[in-house]
Design a protein. Sequence first.
Length: 87
Amino acid sequence: MGASTRTLVIEIVVASGFLLIAIIGYKRNLWFVAIALVAHGVFDIVHRLLFENRGVPQWWPGFCLVFDVILGGLLAVRLIRRRLAPR
């Protein structure tokens, strides 16, 4: 949406990186997923500083930051509780 081919390729590469971390995290260690969620939220905030994509709505970076940080934080809390739970 409104981006150059170069920007589209960069977006696909970055999205593929987050997807790869999610797959590895799901199969190996869910901490990777929690950390990647928070990192994705932070990435969306600095997204405009790295490259411009006019197809991204103005409100999206803030929304994504809040959503991803909350979800990553909730996953981290569950992982900590699971580790501390008596077996």
